[in-house]
Write a new protein. Structure first.
Lengths: 612, 411
């Protein structure tokens, strides 16, 4: 697709969790828990609050279509603030400082007086029914083009366990939200900018790492299309594909609109009750439904079943809207007969509803109120198809296609968090912020100053062990040993099921030091770390894996081996090195650095071969 | 620029990008602007220029229909926020007291009853006074007299228990008089206001016949407890279930969302009493919270007071150094009632020497009365009975469920 010709415009919102000691508005730690560790449960109902002009935010209203009961898991690491049972603490200064650091890295302007807001979110993911968020800085630059509009500091939402059950461990972890302008015009550019922003965030060394700690929302539109926000793209590799598929979806929806207009398609006022037609059906869903309603869509035949994205049809969009009423999905005549519905039954529906060959009939089956709600949602979404692309918030599906979540939130959803006082950002705070080195610069430095291979230098600079690596270098450990241990050894151990997270930084350094000091062979490092992870004290682990062979003992051992094989050595000369290496290594059981053995052996062989 | 007033449209050039927004207010020398994205920021006044003065739009009037076949309840509001509205343009949250507003904010109410509402006050509950308790008692009585099937009093939670106790003494009620409030602000989608209000309306139409507080029973939205007005206390600063019955089980529960009311056997039921009002109060009464090392000179501040409740330690003690001062107050005509900081359990000044000395000085044992209830009761008793002997005897008698003859309930 020629994206520029299509007028593609895309912007990114990045949400990155911060690795602070405490949460944004309470003293709880920012640690995630296992659901089975919960210490309590409670439940609440959430309600949209009416605004001054009698409006309820459209996104909030959508979530309110049926009254939902939300259950929450509490832990010994959560408190009354997460339970919405206590006013929030003041804005966490550590989180504010990190967000200001990021703002400075992008050359942004900090807000003089930061105000915390309540943003209505009533999908249950916030116990209060709102998310606290504050605009911290505006207007920054992305190298290579593009602008950052804002940085906000906000609280993370609770994690969904299933359906209407949420876990409170994640609620309140500080997040920075970085919003770019819609300045990108190709899928690849979006991926590049997302990658760059992520790199800058990680350069601070103060953000959380791992799956789910960074999420990208992408705003996409094409000419004549509409702004669509795609939530929660976690994998950087998928970003370009998501953009491609959304652009394709909007193109397809515009084509469908044209066809519908040519056919003079329209949407009906009321659905038709067809429950009676399915008394004897073999479709189990339809048979047990209390109410089946048919929505006849004149001029829609063939279009509801048309693919608009891999794995998604216009009918999938209808189904997403219908599901908001609590139904499992819809049936439509573009895909029938199927699912136990016979060709005769389809004919019967068409006859009964007086649907013509150009018309598509959509069926919803549920209790009376749910079916009526779902039918009206189908009518509403079908009406949007006549207009083109609806403005929506969508969620990503596996592979990069997306499903409808809710309308884009209106402006009618923010009001001040009166329990949190505004924070002034004076020049004293702003000017004393230390700017961290970018990971790209760090990688370059490792390569140039430490002599690491460029690939390894980049790997270590971007890895979560970068701080430990710096510490190792400052304590005199060779860059090669440090990078190998941190990048390969730890990963291999972890892959073998060793609980590497149980090994303290100090222990890793100490093990590497014992190698540098000749007390352990570098070959023994995995074994020692494995023992330490299993709970063995460090010194015992070193002693066990590396029987104390002093430099003197090793020299004597090698001398003895060379002497015992003097004929072989005399005969082979330096070529004896290889075979004798094996003999020595077997003797020391791999606990001595092979390089050292080889050096000593070479010396001894040379000595033995030298004519007296 | 200066001269902006709340609601004006402005353009803000902060950070080099002009953004439109609404001027909200001044705060610590900064102009607070609500940007069109919804965020508020505080910036120097020089960053903003006026675009357009604000002319307020009139909010649409939405007519509320009441079902005339439903029982009549009365809602008296004192300032506790039962409903609010948010102005998303400015972010302002305003409390609603008008019947139509309350019914629109809590639509479920209109399926329980029809309502007559009176806004008595708009104050924070810490600013309540005995004078306001009296006005409240008269208003409650008038509503009962005018045929209300039940009366709901919306009230700030901080001193709700004092007001409930005061009305318990001043009003003899054959119908439920239900105090209700909310612990979490009414603007939040998670507020306890809706459930508390619906449960209070259900309790007000129930067979209950006394003054009660109806609030969340647990942190979940599962049910509300009905507490006796003289046995209830706010026991947590912020939790939804802050209100607890002390010394007795709750009078009953209202299940949510079914709104089914279950009353306990000890609840006074509808029609047991004839309506009555006895609204005099003696305001020259005080409550002293004793602590180790308390200076006897403190008691001088109470000279001339007609009643003094003491929250003593344990079984009902103050240090020996205070006894002389208390005796002097009593000799001058003050009624001194002993209660306990333990809140749970009964005072007994006959076990230790200090207690016996207090009794000898003329201190009255307050039984298992809560300290705040003892204060309110002193005001009422002394307001209606000038005779000290009779007043003292009344303080030891159970008048409105405030004293239990038997201690049945544990912690």
């Amino acid at each position: 697709m020629d994206y520029e010709a299509r007028g593609l415009k895309a912007g990114i919102e990045i949400h990155q969790q911060l690795n602070t000691r405490e949460k944004l508005f309470c003293g709880c730690p920012t640690t995630l828990r296992k659901f089975e560790e919960r210490t309590g449960e409670f439940y609440r109902y959430l309600r949209a609050t009416e605004s001054e002009m009698g409006e309820i935010d459209r996104a909030a209203k959508e979530e309110m279509k049926h009254l939902r009961r939300f259950t929450y898991y509490a832990y010994d690491t959560t408190c009354l603030v997460e339970n919405d049972e206590e006013p929030p603490s003041p804005l966490n200064p550590e989180a504010l400082e990190i967000s200001l650091t990021i703002a400075r890295m992008f050359g942004m302007t900090p807000i003089e007086q930061v105000h915390t807001m309540r943003k209505l979110v009533i999908d249950g993911s916030n116990t209060s029914g709102f998310q606290r968020t504050a605009l911290v800085a505006v207007r920054g630059e992305i190298p290579g083009g593009g602008t950052i509009e804002t940085i906000c500091l906000e609280e993370e939402a609770a994690q969904r366990v299933q359906e209407n059950t949420f876990s409170l461990d994640r609620l309140g972890i500080p997040l920075v939200e970085i919003t770019t302008s819609p300045c990108m015009h190709t899928p690849e550019e979006v991926a590049r900018v997302a990658g760059y922003l992520g790199m800058v965030l990680r350069s601070t060394g103060r953000v959380k790492r791992g799956l789910g700690t960074i999420r990208q929302d992408i705003n996409i539109s094409i000419r004549e299309g509409a702004r669509v926000e795609i939530k929660g793209v976690q994998e950087l590799d998928l970003i370009a594909e998501v953009v491609r598929r959304e652009a394709a979806r909007q193109v397809a929806l515009l084509e469908i609109r044209e066809t519908l207009r040519e056919r003079g398609a329209e949407v009906p006022e009321e659905p038709v009750d067809v429950t009676a037609l399915f008394k004897e059906t073999r479709s189990s869903i339809l048979k047990k439904a209390a109410c089946i309603l048919a929505v006849v869509l004149p001029g829609f035949a063939g279009l509801v079943g048309r693919e608009i994205q891999p794995g998604r049809r216009l009918g999938s969009e209808f189904a997403d809207y219908a599901k908001k009423c609590g139904v499992g999905g819809i049936f439509h005549t573009d895909e029938l007969p199927a699912y136990g519905v016979t060709g005769d039954e389809v004919e019967e529906i068409r006859r009964f509803t007086k649907a013509g060959p150009d018309d598509c009939v959509v069926l919803v089956a549920a209790s009376g109120t749910k079916a009526a709600c779902a039918a009206s949602q189908v009518v509403e979404r079908a009406g949007m198809a006549l207009q083109g692309v609806p403005e929506e918030t969508r969620r990503m599906l596996e592979g990069g296609s997306t499903a409808y979540m809710r309308p884009l939130p209106g402006a009618a959803r923010m009001y001040p968090e009166t329990d949190v006082l505004p924070v002034s950002i004076g020049s004293d705070l702003w000017e004393f912020i230390e700017l961290p080195e970018l990971l790209t610069e760090r990688a370059k430095r490792y390569s140039e100053e430490l002599g690491l291979d460029a690939g390894v230098a980049r790997q270590i600079a971007y890895s979560e062990h970068v701080q430990l690596f710096d510490r190792a270098i400052s304590e005199g450990i060779s860059p090669g040993l440090a990078s190998r241990t941190l990048l390969s050894t730890m990963k291999e151990l972890s892959r073998d099921g060793v609980p590497v997270e149980a090994i303290g930084d100090g222990a890793v350094i100490a093990v590497m030091k014992s190698v540098e000091e000749g007390r352990a062979a570098k070959e023994a490092v995995p074994g020692i770390l494995g023992s330490v992870a299993g709970g063995t004290p460090l010194e015992d682990a070193v002693a066990a894996c590396a029987p104390a062979i002093s430099a003197g003992d090793l020299e004597a051992l090698i001398q003895g081996i060379v002497r015992d094989r003097s004929e072989f050595v005399a005969q082979k000369g330096m070529a004896a090195l290889g075979p004798l290496m094996g003999v020595v290594m077997a003797e020391v059981r791999g606990s001595v650095d092979g390089k050292l053995v080889s050096e000593l052996l070479r010396k001894e062989i040379a000595k033995a071969c030298r004519p007296d | 620029m200066t001269g902006l007033s709340s609601g004006d449209r402005v353009v803000c050039r902060y950070g080099g990008v002009p953004q439109e927004g609404t001027y909200i207010t001044e705060r610590d020398g900064k102009a607070v602007i609500k940007l069109d994205t919804g965020y508020n920021i505080g910036v120097s006044h020089t960053e903003c220029d006026l675009l357009e003065k604000w002319s307020p739009a009139v909010p649409p009037e939405v007519a509320i229909s009441q079902d005339e076949t439903l029982p009549l309840l009365s809602i008296l509001s004192t300032g506790g926020t039962i409903a609010s509205r948010i102005d998303y343009r400015t972010g302002a949250v305003t409390s609603q007291f008008d019947a139509a507003d309350i019914l629109r904010a809590i639509p479920g109410l209109s399926t329980i009853a029809r309502y007559r509402t009176h806004k008595l006050y708009t104050i924070l509950s810490e600013n309540m006074t005995p004078g306001i308790w009296q006005e409240l008692a008269r208003a409650v009585y008038n509503e009962i007299d005018a045929g209300a099937m039940g009366v709901i009093v919306t009230h700030g939670t901080d001193t709700m228990a004092y007001s409930a106790a005061a009305v318990s003494f001043m009003v003899e009620s054959p119908v439920p008089v239900v105090f209700v409030g909310s612990q979490r602000s009414a603007d939040r989608p998670s507020s306890d206001n809706v459930m508390n209000a619906l449960c209070s309306a259900s309790a007000a139409t129930s067979p209950l016949g006394e003054v009660a507080v109806v609030m969340h029973d647990s942190t979940s939205d599962d049910r509300c407890a009905i507490h006796r007005g003289t046995r209830v206390r706010k026991m947590h600063t912020s939790r939804r279930d802050a209100f607890r019955s002390i010394g007795i089980p709750p009078l009953g529960y209202v299940e949510y969302p079914s709104l089914d009311v279950k009353l306990s056997g000890h609840a006074v039921t509808r029609g047991e009493k004839e309506p009555g009002l006895c609204d005099s109060l003696e305001e020259k009464c005080g409550l002293v919270y004793f602590h180790p090392g308390m200076d006897a000179g403190i008691l001088e501040c109470y000279r001339g007071y007609r009643g003094l409740a003491i929250a003593g330690t344990g079984l009902g003690h103050v240090n020996t150094g205070l006894i002389e001062g208390l005796k002097s107050l009593i000799d001058e005509g003050c009624v001194v009632v002993m209660t306990s900081q333990c809140l749970h359990g009964r005072v007994c000044d006959r076990v230790y020497d200090t207690g016996r000395d207090l009794l000898r000085a003329g201190v009255v044992e307050g039984g298992d009365m809560l300290p705040e209830v003892a204060l309110v009761k002193l005001m009422w008793v002394l307001g209606n009975l000038p005779d000290r002997e009779k007043a003292t005897a009344m303080m030891e008698m159970n008048l409105a469920g405030e004293i239990n003859r038997r201690s049945l309930h544990g912690l």
